[in-house]
Design a protein. Structure first.
Length: 171
């Protein structure tokens, strides 16, 4: 795997932090080239325990990166995982909204590591939970969403907007 030396130290830290001791790693393709990054799936396996992760890299394709402005988007995504979501989580917990409370905003994957390196884009990496293990599906971007999924999206966007407004008013 082309980015193994970049990923391995971070995966090992994640494994240890999650109680894995004598584990093995498997890597598979996560998906084809997306707008912002290239995905690879890594599964940490120990006996009957598994932790499935998605590792996102910047594509090594100048035309693609230029067309989709991937450097700026990747940098922004890292900022959201490192700064914004932890702020949202802290604010909710401090104000009595328990984790996974249906009224709170928890609709984002756990991010285990996120880094953007402007000078060495090949060292930029995001490692997050693999939501496909919870039956999350990536729908075809070119097929309009059905009402059920669109309604769910708007509910979650409303929670996000309400949370950001509450933070603005309180802080």
């Amino acid at each position: 795997m082309e980015n193994f030396s970049l990923i391995k130290p971070h995966i090992e830290k994640i494994a240890i932090a999650n109680g894995f001791k004598d584990y093995k790693l498997t890597f598979n393709n996560g998906s084809d080239l997306g707008f912002i990054g290239l995905l690879k799936r890594c599964v940490i396996i120990e006996n009957d325990r598994k932790l499935s992760l998605m590792c996102k890299f910047l594509p090594q394709d100048e035309d693609h990166n230029s067309k989709f402005n991937t450097f700026m988007l990747f940098e922004r995504e890292v900022m959201i995982y490192n700064d914004l979501f932890p702020l949202f989580e802290k604010f909710q917990l401090e104000n009595g909204v328990e984790r996974n409370d249906k009224d709170g905003f928890w609709s984002y994957p756990i991010c285990y590591y996120a880094n953007y390196d402007r000078d060495s884009p090949d060292k930029s990496l995001i490692i997050m939970e693999d939501l496909t293990t919870d039956n999350f599906e990536v729908k075809d971007k070119f097929v309009p969403s059905d009402f059920q999924h669109t309604a769910r999206l708007f509910i979650e966007l409303g929670k996000l907007h309400g949370l950001s407004l509450a933070i603005k008013l309180k802080e």
